[in-house]
Design a protein around this ligand. Structure first.
Ligand SMILES: Cc1cc2nc3c(=O)[nH]c(=O)nc-3n(C[C@H](O)[C@H](O)[C@H](O)COP(=O)(O)OP(=O)(O)OC[C@H]3O[C@@H](n4cnc5c(N)ncnc54)[C@H](O)[C@@H]3O)c2cc1C
Length: 156
């Protein structure tokens, strides 16, 4: 949780590190710039004596041709999904669920969906597929209502 290995004086981060992930409950090894840099910050805090747990929301970003690909969360184990936007236009997001829990969002040329997704997952908010289907405005309103009802949890 603090990026220490089985030899506590040795820390491991980034592509090389497999660790028990707070979001999945299982061991994961993530290859992304976000994971490497967030773990580096936490490892630095560990070295200077803090004992925070690693709790960053995983996200990934890449530009490929005219496509801005963005992902947030971890979608392994998903069993259903909801699509927002227009697949034919190459502007869409896929919201992945395991039962009623939102696992993650994959977006193509919909950066607003990605940023809102990071806020939702970071706050511990899992909107229902019905709320997702109402689109970004409905999601923003539902997140605001959730944060008002559970301000301590939403503040992380
Ligand atoms: C082709 C490609 C495209 C990618 N695209 C994206 C992307 O679009 N978005 C994204 O988020 N992530 C992307 N990634 C993943 C991202 O680059 C990695 O997750 C990230 O760089 C991991 O950082 P790191 O510090 O763990 O490892 P690295 O960046 O690999 O750094 C490890 C360093 O250790 C050095 N090293 C290795 N062995 C030794 C040794 N024995 N002694 C001293 N130094 C050593 C290496 O030279 C290297 O500089 C991509 C990766 C690849 C390969």
């Amino acid at each position: 949780q603090q990026m220490r290995t089985s030899v506590p004086e040795i820390l491991a981060i980034g592509d090389a590190a497999s660790y028990r992930h707070w979001f999945t409950g299982g061991d994961v090894r993530l290859e992304s710039v976000q994971n490497a840099t967030d773990q580096a910050r936490l490892a630095a805090r560990t070295i200077i004596g803090h004992a925070d747990n690693y709790s960053a929301v995983p996200w990934f970003w890449s530009d490929i041709g005219d496509m801005k690909l963005q992902m947030v969360g971890l979608i392994a184990g998903g069993d259903s999904h909801v699509v927002l936007g227009d697949v034919a236009e190459n502007k869409f997001s896929i919201y992945h669920y395991a039962a009623s829990r939102l696992l993650g969002i994959e977006s193509v040329n919909r950066p607003g969906d990605h940023m809102l997704g990071r806020k939702m997952l970071g706050a511990g908010f899992s909107p229902s597929p019905q709320i997702v289907a109402t689109g970004p405005d409905g999601l923003k309103a539902a997140l605001a209502a959730f944060q008002q009802a559970e301000p301590a949890r939403a503040a992380g």
